[in-house]
Design a protein around this ligand. Structure first.
Ligand code: S3P
Length: 434
């Protein structure tokens, strides 16, 4: 088992660039695969999750070149060019790969089977299968979980669908199926979620409507290959945003970070807590993914009550947000975040257990967490439960700990943040792989 050992205290400073955005890298591969012509992806996230999508597309007949780690060239096969894979498609740890692939593959002429690692095989897939079935798809799950068995059906049709949960993965799967179904598909979300699919479909030349909370797409449109420059992942930058708030006596600068407003809830939360973060936005085309350099200085943080509308906008950042909350003066409360229970692990339980192990008073709710902050952390041992974001969050906690923190089972950090240890060490964390 791979573990981290992180020494207590220290300061962070300097300039760093975190790897490319995971959500955008998955989508660039998939849309590139079914587009006509070549898609040139730079800044690609060479993490295990996106490599699972890359390998799946190769098994479906897409030729993909990788002249450099982060430079990928996809030779699109066009809307009818995929062929069935001879073995099940293994999506590893990647929920996005599996759920978006369901929407991509249900309207094909061949059958597919989707599997994943132990964590992914426990995650709910009916939330995607149900709307796709309404569109005519034939999809089987095992009590709602993978393996997902898809019997391809070219005759799918558009629907009007109201998402019961605020999930960008479900929205995206329905839109990808809608692209290949007859008529118009409309998806209405209960709260805004990341809109990378809508933006990227437009970048590939598709028309995607947006009226209030409803995105719509007409089936039968052909995508055209394009160039995609993937920004640095805000969700990976998040660990250093919090590290900077806790320990940047001199400024910490994060370069080229994607600041799509459907992703930056954590920025808002940290500013509400009293963080000193400056956003230096780059000039951008209107529909492109917005990018900025983020400059962070240490500041005293205050506990807050998190507004529920910010939960989907910071959904992947809660592990490290809870670390910030544990360092803030006073109490912090998050409710309405039950989705955290069905991520790579149950992130509410994993964080509550880890905080308790390090001496931080907390209370776990079915849909949230209360934390009394300001006491700092004792040293101790954390079980990351194989969840990349739990592992990296507790590495950041070391900046305010009184003893060494050992973090168990961290190999999956490579799913989203290859090179985390080297970048964290360059920033000032006393981290080692053990
Ligand atoms: C993602 C959507 C979110 C997020 C995940 C990536 C995406 O999941 O947690 O890491 O790329 O669409 P949900 O749609 O389940 O909220």
């Amino acid at each position: 088992m791979v573990n981290f050992r992180v020494g207590p205290g220290g300061l962070v400073a300097g300039e760093l660039t975190v790897p490319g955005d995971k959500s955008i890298s998955h989508r660039a591969l998939m849309l590139g695969g079914i587009a006509r012509g070549v898609t040139d992806i730079t800044g690609f996230l060479a993490g295990e999750d996106c490599l699972a999508t890359l390998r799946a597309l190769q098994s479906l007949g897409v030729r993909i070149e990788r002249p450099e780690e982060q430079h990928v060239i996809v030779h699109g096969v066009g809307p009818r060019g995929l062929h069935g894979a001879s073995t099940p498609l293994d999506m590893g740890n990647a929920g996005t790969a599996m759920r978006l692939s369901m929407g991509l593959l249900a309207p094909q002429s061949f059958n597919s089977t989707l599997i994943g690692d132990e964590s992914l095989m426990r995650r709910p897939m009916e939330r995607v299968a149900a709307p796709l079935r309404q569109m005519g798809a034939e999809i089987g799950t095992q009590n709602g979980r993978p393996p997902v068995e898809i019997r391809g059906n070219r005759q799918m049709h558009g629907i009007d669908y109201e998402l019961p949960v605020a999930s960008a993965q479900v929205k995206s799967a329905v839109l990808l199926a809608g692209l290949q179904a007859a008529g118009i598909t409309r998806v209405t979300e209960p709260a805004p979620t990341r809109d990378h699919t809508e933006r990227m479909l437009r970048a590939f030349g598709a028309k995607v409507g947006q009226q209030g909370a409803t995105a719509s797409i007409e089936g039968g449109q052909t995508l055209t290959g394009t160039d995609i420059a993937v920004p640095a992942d805000f969700s990976s930058a998040a660990f250093f945003l919090v590290a900077g708030c806790l320990a940047a006596q001199k400024p910490l600068l994060l370069r080229n970070v994607g600041i799509n407003p459907t992703r930056t809830g954590l920025l808002e939360l940290l500013l509400q807590m009293g963080a000193d973060i400056k956003v230096h936005a780059h000039p951008n085309a209107a529909d492109a993914e917005p990018i900025a350099d983020l400059e962070i200085r240490r500041s005293g943080l205050r506990g807050i009550q998190v507004s529920e509308h910010l939960v989907p906008l910071s959904i992947d950042e809660f592990p490290v947000f809870f670390i910030a909350a544990a360092c803030a003066e006073g109490e912090t409360l998050v409710r309405g975040a039950e989705e955290l229970r069905v991520k790579e692990t149950d992130r509410l339980a994993a964080m509550a257990d880890g905080l308790t192990a390090l001496g931080v008073e907390n209370h776990l709710y079915p849909d949230g967490l209360w934390i009394r902050g300001g006491t700092g952390f004792n040293g101790g041992t954390i079980d990351s439960r194989g969840d990349h974001r739990i592992a990296m969050a507790f590495a950041v906690a070391s900046l305010r700990s009184r003893g060494e923190i050992e973090i168990l089972d961290v190999a999956n950090v490579a799913t989203s943040f290859p090179g985390f240890v080297e970048i964290a060490r360059a920033a000032g964390l006393k981290i080692e792989t053990a």
